[in-house]
Design a protein around this ligand. Sequence first.
Ligand code: CP
Ligand code: NVA
Length: 308
Amino acid sequence: MPHFLDIHKTPTADLKAMMAQAHAMKAARAGLPKGTPDADQPLAGRMVALVFEKPSTRTRVSFDVGVRQMGGQTLVLSGNDMQLGHGETIADTARVLSRYVDLIMIRTFEESTLLELAEHATVPVINGLTNRTHPCQIMADIQTFEEHRGAIEGKKVVWCGDGNNVCASFLNAAGPFGFDLTFTGPEPLDPEGAFVQAAREAGANVQIERDAFKAVEGADLVVADTWVSMHDPASTRERRHNQLRPYQVNDDLMAAAGDQALFMHCLPAHREEEVTSSVMDGPQSVIFDEAENRLHAQKAILRYCLDV
Ligand code: CP
Ligand code: NVA
């Protein structure tokens, strides 16, 4: 019963098999209406709980649609409406949900909540984002890169801005998928040292470069994310904006990267803050393919966890 808690906690061969399956499942559905069931219905008879303690558009809709396409059923639950938000322990919640459903996807704040849920659940648990990581997003991002440019191995990915949860999952993926990662952002917002060290130990070439224009030279992929994440206190907004303004992804930065570079953003984006509309809507941007691929990548993750 494998969980999907983080990319670096999942065997590399399994990650690669999931990626191949995500591509194949997407190709098999090309042009079909979204509600058309997948021919093989691998999740027939399965019940999946989707628990959200933070807002979500993409994660909520892509998991729900993905499960339904594969013949399963979903329960979309808000953590606040559950006893979980009112004092019931995570361990007891895990034991109870495991009696009703075959898999739990959770988006939460502290990573410890995810880990405790996984420890006490008797069904697989998928990480739908914590304050620390967002592995489903990076599976979709790698699928998107491969669609446009072929294998990501040996390619240069440049993360611009806050060294946040999405950045951490890129770091966690760099070793297993064999790409180079350059972080460019202000020192106070560097990614967690433990993730940088682990990525290097996993064989990844990880660089930190304060000058965004130098960082993007020769990039195959430039990535941005919000300057203020859902778990960041609102009081940090002004300071973060001042720190991060030099790292905005705009036409000048993409020109420095070169025409070969793709642009990605997990969304939701704040137009004219971390990225300009000219880049988001420009020829190098693949942001909506990236959003679509949440669906296909997560369907492969669901199948992996349920062994179907
Ligand atoms: N990218 C992402 O996880 O989006 P949502 O917050 O809308 O789920
Ligand atoms: N870093 C962002 C990602 C949202 C999908 C956040 O955690 O709010």
